[in-house]
Structure formats: structure tokens, C-alpha cells
Write a protein that binds this ligand. Sequence first.
Ligand code: PLP
Length: 431
Amino acid sequence: MDDNKKRGFMTKALHSGWSCDSATGAAGLPIYASSAFQFHDSAHAAGLFNLEEDGFIYSRLANPTVQAFEAGLNALEGGVGTLATSSGQAAFAHLITALCSSGTNLVVSRKVYGGTLTLLQNIFSRFGVETILVDSDHPCQVEQAVNDETRGIITEIIGNPMMNVAPLEALSRIARRQGVPLIIDNTFATPALCRPIEWGAHVVVYSTTKYISGNGNLIGGAVVDGGNFDWAAYPDKFPELAKPDRAYHDIVFTERFGKAALAAKLHAAILRDLGGCPSAFDAYLLHLSLGTLGLRMERHSANGLAVARFLEAHPMVEWVSYPGLASHPQNDMAKVYLKDGCGGMIAFGVKGGVEAGRKLVDSLSLIGHMANLGESRTLIIHPASTTHSQLTTAQRAAAGLSDGLLRLSVGIENVEDIIADLEKGLEAAGK
Ligand SMILES: Cc1ncc(COP(=O)(O)O)c(C=O)c1O
């Protein structure tokens, strides 16, 4: 394991989580399609149920194929333990359940994915967990918002839709000072481009549906525990981790599992009770995809930069937001936190508002028009005529979405073909 820590990203990606089946020699990761696992005897069963032994009981709690994917992602991210979930939404739901209770709050960037906001504001608010929205580009706003009841600071490495870059070091300093974990949604960068734990973040969250899969063939999520937050120092704030768990034989997770207390709690208690586990088949696909993640992100980043430059020079384009462009307000920060590339996500504004956006999207032939991102194939969406069409122009503006905004997820095709399709779309938009 220590040898693996020293290896390069691509090597780790191909050699983490699974080597081969000791019983059969099978080199491919088996899909353990089994709901439950046979106990050796009653003592073995008791040891597993009391968390005294590692092993498998029931696939809602743990499954060998899922565990291989978790170990693979964990190695790439540099965590002490990872929970894979059935979706990115489930990843946040499980994490927040572990950290918050009624009367507490989370300090959250107002520029995060809309689904994260609705989960917090429509669901968790009903259980007494308040969301305090801030502009996390301005760390002083974050610091002012944190109070005694705050249980976490949440932002995205690259925000959706404006592609703002998280000021990781400033936020992690605030989190340490205030005794709350910094939680980074790293979906847009992946560990191939940024490992937030190395910059002081405490927990990393994923929608693995996106780049981690890359194939657009599943829905999944993950929570990576950085092992660098001292939960035991704040037992009153984080009783689920640092006080006896009545629903688990009075185990104190920080005492039993040390640095990996959060990961252990998420697996043994939160997943057990909420049940948002992934299938073995999806975990198999995700583990397979990890092997090529580094290569794919290299290509997404190269294509992303080339397409952003093309758009910036096009007369039909009003503005382009891509952290790799010199014109991006946080380009200096991107050079530090995203030094190996900024991935494939671009936001841009086309002249002519909603109608021009519609025409552009409708005249594309290569680029897919769908509500996903991070696939190997290039995708586009025009929020004003799709995901946000039910809002007024004023409401969209308040959310940072102008009517001409398009969100492009640049894939790994030959970049000339992506550009040729966009050229056609922009011409149509201008007619
Ligand atoms: C940044 C980000 N986080 C989380 C999610 C939620 O993930 P999922 O759709 O896998 O539930 C999404 C979905 O688009 C996302 O873009």
C-alpha cells in the first residue's frame, strides 16, 4: 500500500482497489452479484455485526465489487476511506445526515449545483438544518457566516454554471480556525486534476455519474474522508462521530476508527440506515473507468482549452467562462489548484438570448443535447430553455444564468470536429 502511495496517478488508477482473485487467479474485477454473504459460524457473524472483524454481511452495507471501486477512488484522492453511493445526491444526503441534526446549519456557496441546493433547502430544512448561502469566492463572507451551529462549509472545486474556482487554501484556513470541515464537491475536476485534501479540504464529494464514469452509462456518487479533521476535539458538535452511538452498541467511532471515523460511520451506520448503496454492476463499471481517468482528463482539458479559445474569438459569442483562459477572473488560482488542466466544462453566452440559444442547440449534429456532463462525448445544454425555463428572466439572472448562457461539456473526440459543429451552431444562432 505504501508503495502504491508513491506511484504516479495513472499507475495508481490502474492498480488500486483490485489486483486479482486469489482463489481463481481471475485478473478482472468480479461483479459480486450477491445480496448477502455466508458467515463461517456464529462467532464470525457476531464479530462482523460488532465491527470487530472486516468482511461482508449484506450488500446494502458493503459489497466486494463496491469496495474495490471505493478503494480505487480513495487511493487516487488520498483519503482514509471512501463511501460509494447510488448517486451524487445520495452522497450529499448521507454525509449531511452524519454531520448535522436539527438546529445546526451549513455554510454553502450560492453557486453550487441546483440539486445540492434543493436537497438542502427543500429536504434538510424540514429537519431543522439551515442553509446559509454565501459567495465562496469571497472567503471573508464565509468566515462571517460560520457560527457555533455550523457543521460544514460546502462549495464546488469549479462552480456550476459560472466556472468559478474555489479558493481552497483560504477556505481550509477558515474551516480549521472555526472547527468545521471543508467539504468540496470535486465532480468537475476529479482527482486527476485536483486533490482538494492536499490543499486542506476535509471531505470530498462526487457525482461519479460524470467524469469518473465518463461513459454516461450509470448514476453514482461518493464521499471521500480526508482523515484530517479532528472530530474528537468537538464532541458536542459532532456527537454522531465522537460520542457513543446508541444504535451501534455504544461504539464511539473516533475511538474505534481514529482518523477514519467519518468513513466508518458513513458505511456502518448511515448507509445501513439510509440505504443509498450502489449496485455491484455500477461499481464494476466505475472501477473500470478509473483506469483511464487520467488520460481522459488530459484530453478533456486540452480540448476544453482549445474550444474555449475558439469561442472567445467568435463574433457571435458575448463571453466565455473557462478557468484555463487568461480572461477568467480566477485564472491565477486555476494555475495553482488546476495546474494539470481545467477539464472540459465551459459556460458561454451567445448573442441573441433564448432564441439564439435554442437555434444553436437545434442545429448541432455531433454534440449531444442532454442534461448530463463529464461524458467522453461532447454535450451541451441551454438552461434558459430547459432546466431553468420555468423561472423568469429576473429569477434566472439572480441565479447567475443569463438567457444566452450555454453550458458545454467538451468531450474527448477530435477537437476539430467539436469546433466544426459549434461553428455550424453559431452560424445558425446568428440568422
Ligand atoms: C457538481 C455536481 N454535484 C452533484 C451532482 C448530483 O449528482 P447525481 O446527478 O449523480 O445525483 C451533480 C449533478 O449534475 C453535479 O453536477
